[in-house]
Design a binder for this molecule. Structure first.
Ligand code: F6P
Length: 361
């Protein structure tokens, strides 16, 4: 019998998190008369016992707000929590303490809104006997178990808007404009914003590029009197036989690698080989902030409401997901197994090629 649930947001934030929290709280209280506890700053809040009761009033007016009212972190894995003793760092397993805290607080089910890192932790807790349900979030859209993660549409919108703006200035100055976008090891944001924003070249991790091919495309445009070009580069893009560019390491994060910098590498090379003035914009965390699009607000609301409905049906150890037009669930173990990369034979790639976009291959 479920009476009290807790909800947390983990990993990097993304637009739509508040819309999910709102849907979870409203569905739980209005439809099922449950009590809802909000955990602050991801799993860190469970370790530090930072939590508060959430009422319908607490989630009023947050549907359109970016970020998360609960806070988040991509560190604080309770199964591998770093402690420093006598100047030495070591890792401890605090999962038993957390299980006890949840029992003391009489929390029956934990709702985890997160990406692959937080959902892997959720899976480990489920294997320990905790009742959990996951909700997928990430601007990268790289979870294979769902057709769409919320946040992605907003990120694509932001990148497309940036491309529209870069287009006008590129055309006026006869320049090449390079836009580096996020997406980690998948090229979804670059591909979709590149198509929507009329890019001439899109470089994604799934298709290693050759800089000569990129330059050939830009020169061919020049010969046709098109004195500017727009190049979208995914942060995970890399040349044939080359490596991704790592910007920094964030230790104690599920994946410590932070990509970034490939835009400048490509920009320099384009300037050298084409002789055209080339400028680089790195869109960065602008893609993660701001108000979610209507699509993301709706998907987030559907996910939140469905998660509560499914947990009331006793579906635990599952993640809600979108399959076609339907919201369903998939076991957490499946949800975190494979990264969803852009398939090379996808219709998106074919359509992009058909309209003359080069992938540098
Ligand atoms: O996974 C979301 C994401 O924004 C990636 O696209 C990006 O590589 C990474 O997170 C950036 O993480 P951080 O906020 O730690 O810089």
């Amino acid at each position: 019998m479920v009476k009290k649930i807790a909800v947390l947001t983990g990993g990097g934030d993304c637009p739509g998190l508040n819309a999910v929290i709102r849907a979870v709280v409203k569905t739980a209280i209005n439809e099922y008369g449950l009590e809802v506890i909000g955990i602050e700053d991801g799993f860190g809040g469970l370790i530090k016992k930072q939590m508060r009761r959430l009422t319908v009033d607490d989630v009023a007016g947050i549907l359109h707000r970016g970020g998360t009212i609960l806070g988040t972190t991509n560190r604080d894995n309770p199964f591998r929590y770093p402690v420093v003793e006598k100047g030495e760092k070591r890792y401890v397993d605090l999962s038993d303490e957390i299980m006890q805290t949840l029992q003391e607080e009489k929390i029956d089910v934990l709702v985890v809104i997160g990406g692959d890192g937080s959902l892997s932790i959720a899976k480990e807790f489920h294997e320990k006997g905790l009742k959990v349900i996951g909700i997928p979030k990430t601007i990268d859209n790289d979870l294979s178990a769902t057709d769409r993660t919320f946040g992605f549409d907003t990120a694509v919108n932001t990148a497309t808007e940036a491309l529209d703006k870069l287009h006008t200035t590129a055309e006026s100055h006869h320049r090449v404009m390079v836009l580096e976008v996020m997406g980690r090891y998948a090229g979804w944001i670059a591909l979709e914003s590149g198509i929507a924003g009329g890019a001439d070249v899109i470089l994604i991790p799934e298709i290693p590029y050759r800089i000569e091919k990129v330059c050939a495309k830009i020169k061919e445009r020049l010969e046709r009197g098109r004195k500017f070009s727009i190049v979208v580069v995914a942060e995970g893009a890399h040349p044939e036989g080359g490596e991704m560019v790592v910007q920094r390491r964030v230790e104690d994060s599920a994946d410590p690698i932070r990509l970034g910098g490939i835009g400048h590498v490509v920009g320099r090379q384009i300037e050298e080989c084409s002789g055209m003035e080339t400028r680089v914009t790195v869109l960065g965390h602008l893609q993660r902030g701001g108000s979610p699009t209507p699509y993301d607000r709706i998907l987030a609301t559907r996910y939140g409401a469905a998660a509560v409905r499914f947990l009331m049906e006793g579906k635990f150890g599952e993640m809600v997901c979108l399959r076609g037009t339907e919201i369903t669930t998939v076991p957490l173990a499946e949800a975190v197994k494979v990264l969803k990369k852009v398939p090379l034979d996808s219709d998106l790639i074919r359509a992009a090629r058909a309209v003359g976009i080069s992938f540098g291959d």
